[in-house]
Design a protein around this ligand. Structure first.
Ligand code: GLA
Length: 674
């Protein structure tokens, strides 16, 4: 579906001597700007991105395009345009912030002009370039090197001088057709669960064998430790292990087409989450519009879509199950806690225990959300002062996972103004990077969770402040967010991806860096829309989160899964790299401009390699620098997305052909061969 609008330009006749020349001016704001991609907000037509008059360094402009980095708009010129001129600059509306952005113009993928980095208050800079012979123009705003925050960027007085009858068409590369690379799982049984699972002695055990293949299917398990049983029909293992120890279990699955076995190592000990969490979280899909009914339907869809057969098994409720301080919706307002300080759920969650019982009956786990501050980011009741009661409630209700989000805790450090929690803002980051103060609230909840009679995987959400990856383990956490919130834009995914390497050495079984949830499928934080990432960008996103050993939390509406999204989320070879028992995080081993090569060591001695192209031009090369990647000798190269061996090469003297689209990836596994 190429979304496009054609503007046919009426030609004005200009007489020059005796020759009639057709020439016309087309303003950028006359084109369909709605197809632009940008980091935040909607394209402003003759307004700033916030809908205000276009203003640069005190000067107001009537015409132009108000956008937000990272921004791109593509225009088909078909060689008919002579010239483009404009003024560019940062809009004054973000006073008090520190934006920086660079305006760039590309013609047929070659850079024609750049503004250099521009800051707030810089006078509008003129551009006037010839476009003779150019077929496709791209107007870009990059983040100026300091992240895309507050980069409100304006192209003003922007216009084209065209030849007679020229058609200018803006188009949206995101709308390019999705393409499926992975073959559908076959009818024979195949067990896709991770090879290792951790539990604390005495905690309720719940493990659903993930297996694809035709149904009906029956399940069995050999050498299960005492206290555990498997349900032959569902493949759900339950019970308790009361002693510490390592148990080598053999799982089997059988259907009319055959049978299969796979080893599972159960580690009964101190560590849980021995592989990254895989599941779904309500936030990116529903935002504050979440309800028990919606998460229940998500659980049903997880099972019905078959996602559960590939290892997806957590259903996590994010913000807004509690009462809200200022919610307009009456269902959010009420008494927040009972007389003993135990938190009350809002009317959209009338029966938490019933809800988790339902998830558990499907072999799924349940997750919940809170803040160490008095308020969550969305203004709901947080845990401050009631940590003990909250930890007990989560356990009593049957939760298996807690996301604990800084939000208002800075207000606590500031001394709860007027000693009144109500005066504390829901977002206050002060002190978050200060180890003396910023660790304490997380450790407090971590200790409480560990004392509960069930395993509760603990996820810290404080956006990476104070290098959380260095101390998260001491706070008894299993995973921690490393960055700010993700959105479904290329700039967001790229910036988050590029920020992961520093935390990588701290990833290990039971300790995972969390670059935030997945933004594929229908997302929208309550305003549903298809992810704005291009298909190539989505392949890159999932490949990187796989090689990062990131917790994989789907953020889309599971009732609206399309074939493309399902294919992205059910490739067992891509998932197996993420769930590999060695628990290493892939890191960049080589950068060639914006082309980065990530390598992750796997338990069986093979290596996963993501050839990730963050640039806007395709990468086409014969690659032979294998030494840089730590790869040597004869190798079988397997394409993980296509699930097929694509080459056998001697890496000491042969090369590998790479052809990777802009913002795309080749995700391979290198297996040593004789
Ligand atoms: C923060 C978190 C998000 C989400 C919201 C809920 O922004 O980073 O992931 O939990 O709060 O309000």
């Amino acid at each position: 579906m190429l979304k496009q609008k054609i503007l046919v330009i009426g030609a004005a006749l200009l007489l020059s001597g005796n020759i009639a020349k057709a020439q016309s001016t087309v303003w950028l704001d006359q084109l369909d700007l709605s197809v632009a991609t940008q980091g935040h907000g909607k394209p402003g037509i003759n307004t700033s991105v916030d809908g205000k008059p276009l203003t640069i360094a005190g000067e107001v402009f009537k015409r132009g395009f108000g956008t937000h980095a990272e921004s791109s708009i593509l225009i088909k010129l078909n060689g008919k345009v002579k010239n483009f001129s404009a003024l560019v600059g940062i809009d004054d509306e973000i006073k008090g912030q520190n934006p920086a952005a660079e305006f760039e113009i590309y013609g047929d993928n070659k850079k024609l002009w750049s503004s250099g980095v521009m800051k707030l208050g810089d006078k509008a800079k003129p551009v006037n370039i010839s476009l003779q012979g150019v077929n496709q123009l791209e107007l870009v705003v990059t983040d100026g090197g300091n992240g895309p925050y507050y980069d409100h960027a304006n192209w003003v007085n922007a216009k084209f001088e065209t030849a007679d009858g020229a058609k200018l068409v803006t188009f949206n590369p995101i709308a390019s057709e999705p393409y499926i690379l992975t073959p559908k799982p076959g009818p024979k049984p195949k067990i896709n669960s991770a090879t290792v699972y951790g539990v604390r002695p005495g905690s309720p055990f719940l493990f659903r064998v993930a297996a694809s293949g035709e149904r009906p299917m029956t399940f069995s398990a050999k050498n299960l430790p005492q206290g555990l049983t498997i349900d032959a029909q569902t493949g759900i293992i339950t019970g308790n292990i009361n002693t510490k120890g390592t148990y080598e279990v053999v799982l089997s699955a059988k259907n009319a087409k055959g049978s299969v076995s796979k080893k599972l190592k159960i580690e009964s000990g101190d560590k849980i989450a021995l592989t990254p969490t895989m599941g779904w979280n309500s936030w990116n899909a529903f935002g504050h519009e979440v309800s028990a009914d919606k998460v229940k339907r998500a659980a049903d869809a997880l099972v019905k879509s078959g996602l559960v057969n590939h290892g997806w098994n957590y259903i996590n409720i994010d913000d807004s199950w509690q009462f809200n301080r200022d919610g307009k919706d009456p269902s959010y307002q009420g008494k927040m806690r009972d007389e003993n300080g135990y938190i009350l759920t809002n009317s959209k969650f009338p029966d938490m225990k019933g809800l988790t019982d339902y998830f558990h009956s499907l072999g799924l786990k349940a997750g919940i959300y809170s803040s160490p501050g008095p308020w969550t980011c969305g203004g709901c009741a947080g845990s401050y002062g009631y940590e003990k009661q909250d930890a007990e409630s989560y356990a009593k209700w049957g939760f298996d996972y807690l996301k604990y989000d800084w939000c208002s805790y800075g207000g606590v450090l500031d001394g709860l103004p007027y000693n009144d929690a109500n005066k504390v803002s829901s977002l206050n980051f002060s002190g978050g990077g200060d180890l003396d103060k910023g660790v304490k609230p997380f450790k407090l909840m971590g200790d409480l969770l560990k004392n509960q009679p069930r395993d509760i995987v603990y996820n810290l959400c404080q956006y990476g402040m104070g290098d959380v990856w260095k101390w998260g383990d001491n706070a008894n956490a299993e995973s921690w967010r490393t960055t700010n919130d993700i959105t479904d834009t290329w700039a967001s995914v790229k910036n988050i991806a590029l920020a992961q390497d520093k935390a990588a050495p701290y990833a290990k079984p039971g300790n995972w860096n969390d670059p935030d949830m997945l933004v594929v499928g229908v997302v929208g934080w309550g305003n549903p829309h298809q992810s704005k990432l291009k298909p190539d960008e989505q392949y890159l996103h999932i490949s990187l989160w796989s090689i990062f050993s990131a917790p994989l939390l789907i953020g889309c509406d599971l009732e609206k899964l399309d074939d493309f999204t399902l294919n992205l989320l059910t490739n067992d070879e891509v998932i197996a790299v993420n769930q590999d028992a060695l628990g290493k995080q892939g890191v960049v081993k080589q950068s060639i401009g914006e082309f980065r090569i990530y390598v992750k060591d796997l338990e069986d001695g093979s290596k996963a390699v993501a050839f990730a192209n963050f640039g806007r031009e395709k990468v086409n090369m014969s690659y032979k620098d294998f030494k840089q990647l730590g790869i040597s000798g004869k190798q079988t190269v397997r394409d993980l997305w296509r699930q097929k061996d694509i080459a056998k090469i001697n890496t000491s003297n042969q090369s590998l052909a790479l052809d990777i689209p802009a913002h795309g990836v080749a995700y391979y596994k290198f297996i040593s061969t004789k």
